[in-house]
Design a protein around this ligand. Structure first.
Ligand SMILES: *Cc1c(COP(=O)(O)O)cnc(C)c1O
Length: 361
């Protein structure tokens, strides 16, 4: 069986050792005679899995004790409403920085529940950069400032966080969680859909400072209240058990095989550099993002000719580099090179791009 190099933005590649381990435990998890997919979420066996997953996440991400970790469902998109319903609760105001489709969707959702204001945007240049902000741009009485830390579609990332003073900073980290260390203490809330860099689809992780829990708007549905899940240790109802188990295996892999997030970052920088250096030297392919805001995880690029782009995508797919077509709003190509993409995968892609360039001069 040949595995392809999968450059999908999500769901995306998982580490092979994780898939093998999950396969070996599929029919009989640790002598329980059951698959994790089949067992009760109230069982002792599953309780250990969810507790281990949380403990590993806390250790790998160095999450301070005054933060809760929640394992939820609904994807990143449900957080767009949950953040507003739970946090826009003192002055009913929140400030948003619009760096792409995901931030824009979050902003639109928040507008349904209160006075959400777009304080900065990079839409004027197809979100190809991170807009500069300073403290004076935020409303001092805003309940939070919202950013999307890594912009999956456009390939930008914040290398420096906006200074929001005492206003809690909320960040969507769906596409860069676990790719490098993040100083959790700088945020009021972080969330991520797991299917990009942590597990399969179905699991959403929320990391929330404890003092921000318990003030949800009255209209908040029980299931969308962080307090519901915080009080029940993420077992208020059936959680996405199997994805939590896969997340545990991935975290174990990061900690014990990759050497933690500092090492993960080193490897991700090495992979991204290889691709960006090639894009900078190529006469055919160009990166679409300003150099200083380039993401380590998502690398969009174009040839400038839609037909040539299509030819490249077709030939790349045939050669085993799959899901490399760019998002429809940017066009061209996008290589998502999450943690599980080996260095060799990027190396082979660059070789293929060089060959394609030589053949299509
Ligand atoms: C994929 C993605 C989302 C949406 O996630 P769903 O789980 O599909 O709702 C939100 N934000 C970012 C940054 C993403 O990459």
């Amino acid at each position: 069986m040949a595995r392809v190099y999968n450059f999908s933005a999500g769901p995306s590649m998982l580490p092979e050792p994780v898939l093998k381990k999950a396969a070996s435990e599929m029919l009989d998890y640790e002598g329980s005679g059951q698959s994790v997919m089949e067992m009760s979420h109230r069982s002792k066996t599953f309780d250990k899995i969810i507790k281990d997953a949380e403990a590993l996440l806390r250790e790998v991400m160095n999450i301070p004790d005054n933060y809760k970790v929640l394992f939820l469902q609904g994807g990143g998109s449900t957080q767009f409403a949950m953040v507003a319903l739970n946090l826009m609760n003192k002055n009913n105001k929140a400030d948003y920085i619009i760096t792409g489709q995901w931030a824009k969707k979050a902003f639109k959702e928040a507008q349904r529940y209160g006075d959400a204001k777009a304080v900065a945007s990079s839409e004027d240049k197809t979100f190809s950069y991170i807009p500069k902000t300073d403290k004076s741009m935020f409303r001092g009485y805003a309940d939070y400032v919202y950013i999307c830390l890594n912009n999956t579609i456009y390939g930008t990332v914040y290398h420096e966080l906006p200074d929001t003073g005492d206003i809690p900073l909320v960040a969507d980290i769906s596409s860069n969680i676990l790719s490098e260390p993040i100083d959790v203490s700088k945020f009021g809330l972080l969330f991520a859909g797991a299917q990009k860099n942590m597990a399969g689809a179905g699991l959403t992780v929320v990391i929330i400072r404890e003092d921000l829990i318990g003030n949800a708007m009255d209209i908040t549905p029980t299931m969308l209240n962080y307090k519901t899940h915080a009080d029940a240790d993420s077992l208020f109802n059936t959680p996405p058990c199997y994805s939590i188990y896969i997340a545990k295996l991935v975290l174990d892999w990061i900690k014990n095989e990759m050497g933690g997030l500092d090492k993960m970052k080193e490897l991700n920088e090495k992979k991204a550099k290889l691709l960006y250096d090639f894009l900078d030297s190529s006469a055919m392919f160009n990166g679409t993002v300003v150099a200083e805001d380039r993401s380590l995880m998502n690398v969009p690029f174009v040839t400038g000719d839609a037909d040539l782009d299509a030819k490249f995508v077709k030939e790349a797919t045939e050669a085993g580099f799959v899901n490399i077509k760019g998002h429809r709003s940017v066009g061209g190509m996008r290589a998502s090179i999450y943690n599980a993409m080996p260095y060799e995968g990027v190396e082979k892609l660059v070789e293929f791009m060089k060959k394609f360039e030589a053949e299509n001069k």
